[in-house]
Design a protein around this ligand. Structure first.
Ligand SMILES: Nc1nc2c(ncn2[C@@H]2O[C@H](COP(=O)(O)OP(=O)(O)OP(=O)(O)O)[C@@H](O)[C@H]2O)c(=O)[nH]1
Ligand SMILES: [Mg+2]
Length: 340
C-alpha cells in the first residue's frame, strides 16, 4: 500500500492529536514536544521530548532556543523512526512548539530529499488571542518561504470542532493516499497521487458518498469543508476519482479559472476530489495580522506606562497622638496666656 511510503511527524499538542489519528490507521508516527505532560496524553509508540524543556508557552523563539543544543539528536531520531520519503508534518500554527519547530525540521527534511506535506492548523481569529494570531501569521510567512515543500493542507479551526477536524483530515488524506480504484475505465495511479501530494502550494480534499456525487456536490465539497476557504480559483492539479460514471470532470472544472493538469479515475464507493497547487489564502492570513495589530494598538492606547503624577489624598484623622502640636509649648506660656 502507498501509505507505507508516508510517515507522520507530529509536533506540539495539536500535531500530536492529529498524529494519533494517523497512527490509529496504520501510519508510522513520531511525536515531538517540549512538554512532557502533553506527550504523556498521547498513546503513541514513538515520542521525543526535548530535554530540559517544560513547554514553550506559545513562544516560537523559545522552542528554537530549547531545541538548539539537541537538534542533531532530534533529527537523527526522527529520520531513523521515519525513513519514508513522504512526511506528513502536523502542527498548529498558533502555538509555540509546533509552530516554531516545524520550520527548521521541514527545511532540513526537504534538504535531505524528503517531501514534507504540512498539515497546518489555523486559528479562528475571532476567538483566539492576538498572540495566537501573531504566531500563525509568522508561521505562514516562514512556511511560504521554504522551497520545495509538498502539498500544504490548511486545517481551519474556524470551520468546526477541532477533534472532528483531526479525524476527518486523517481519513480524507488516507482515502486519497490509498485510493481504491481499479477499473478498466481509468485509475489515478500511485505516481499521479504522489505527484499531486508533492506539488507546492495549498491543497484540499472533498470526500463524498456515492449517493452525493453530482457536479454540484463535488464543487460544494471542495469549498465547504475543513480547509481554509479557497480565495483564488486557479490550481495546478485536479484529481477526481468517482463511482458516478455520469459525472463529467469538465463540468466540475468550469468552477475553476485554470487548472494545469487533471487526473481522473473510477472508484468503487466514495468520490474523492483533490485540488493542489492553490494559492495561499492571503486575505485570511491578513486577518491574523490585523487582529495582532489592532490589539497591540489598543493596549498601547489604554495602558499608561508613565509613573503616576497625581498626589495622594490627605485623610482626616481623629487619633489622639495625631492631635499633638508640632512645636512643644512651654507650660509657663500656657499659664500666662490663661491669665490674659
Ligand atoms: N484542530 C485542532 N486544533 C487544536 C488541537 N489542539 C490544539 N489545537 C489548537 O492549536 C492551538 C494551540 O497549539 P498547541 O498545539 O497546543 O501548541 P504547541 O505546539 O503545543 O505549543 P506550546 O504549547 O505553546 O509550546 C490553539 O489554536 C488550539 O485551538 C487539536 O487537537 N486539533
Ligand atoms: Mg503545548
Amino acid at each position: 500500500m502507498l501509505k507505507e511510503q508516508f510517515g507522520v511527524l507530529a509536533l506540539g499538542q495539536c500535531g500530536g492529536n492529529i498524529g494519533l489519528e494517523f497512527e490509529k490507521i496504520g501510519y508510522a508516527t513520531v511525536y515531538v514536544n517540549t512538554s512532557k505532560e502533553d506527550l504523556s496524553t498521547i498513546k503513541g509508540a514513538h515520542k521525543i521530548h526535548i530535554p530540559n524543556a517544560d513547554g514553550a508557552a506559545k513562544n516560537r523563539k523559545r522552542v528554537l532556543q530549547l531545541a538548539a543544543e539537541h537538534i542533531g539528536d532530534i533529527v537523527e531520531k526522527i529520520t531513523t523512526i521515519l525513513p519514508q520519503k513522504y512526511i506528513i508534518c502536523a502542527f498548529s500554527a498558533s502555538g509555540g512548539t509546533g509552530s516554531g519547530l516545524s520550520i527548521p525540521l521541514m527545511t532540513y527534511l526537504t534538504q535531505i530529499g524528503r517531501i514534507c506535506i504540512p498539515a497546518v492548523v489555523l486559528p479562528d481569529h475571532s476567538i483566539e488571542s492576538a498572540k495566537a494570531c501573531e504566531n500563525a501569521y509568522n508561521a505562514c510567512a516562514e512556511l511560504m518561504s521554504i522551497n520545495g515543500l509538498g502539498a500544504t493542507f490548511l486545517l481551519d479551526n474556524a470551520r468546526g470542532d477541532k477533534f472532528a477536524i483531526n479525524g476527518r483530515f486523517a481519513r480524507e488524506l488516507d482515502s486519497f493516499i490509498n485510493l481504491k480504484n481499479s477499473s478498466v475505465y481509468g485509475v489515478i495511479d500511485p505516481a499521479e497521487r504522489k505527484q499531486i501530494l508533492s506539488c507546492s502550494g495549498i491543497a484540499n480534499i472533498a470526500k463524498l458518498s456515492k449517493a452525493k456525487s453530482t457536479t454540484s456536490d463535488v464543487i460544494q465539497g471542495l469549498s465547504e469543508n475543513i480547509y481554509a476557504p479557497v480565495e483564488a480559483q486557479n490550481a495546478r492539479y485536479f484529481a477526481l476519482s468517482t463511482s458516478n460514471r455520469s459525472l463529467d470532470v469538465q463540468d466540475v472544472l468550469r468552477a475553476y479559472k485554470g487548472v494545469y493538469d487533471v487526473y481522473t479515475g473510477i472508484s468503487d464507493a466514495s468520490t474523492i476530489a483533490v485540488l493542489a497547487g492553490l494559492q495561499w489564502p492571503m486575505k485570511r492570513i491578513e486577518k491574523f495580522k490585523n487582529k495582532f495589530e489592532e490589539t497591540v494598538q489598543n493596549i498601547n492606547n489604554t495602558i499608561n506606562h508613565q509613573p503616576p503624577t497625581i498626589q495622594p489624598l490627605q485623610s482626616l484623622s481623629f487619633a489622639r497622638e495625631e492631635l499633638k502640636s508640632t512645636a512643644p509649648v512651654n507650660p509657663r506660656d500656657i499659664l500666662l496666656s490663661l491669665l490674659g
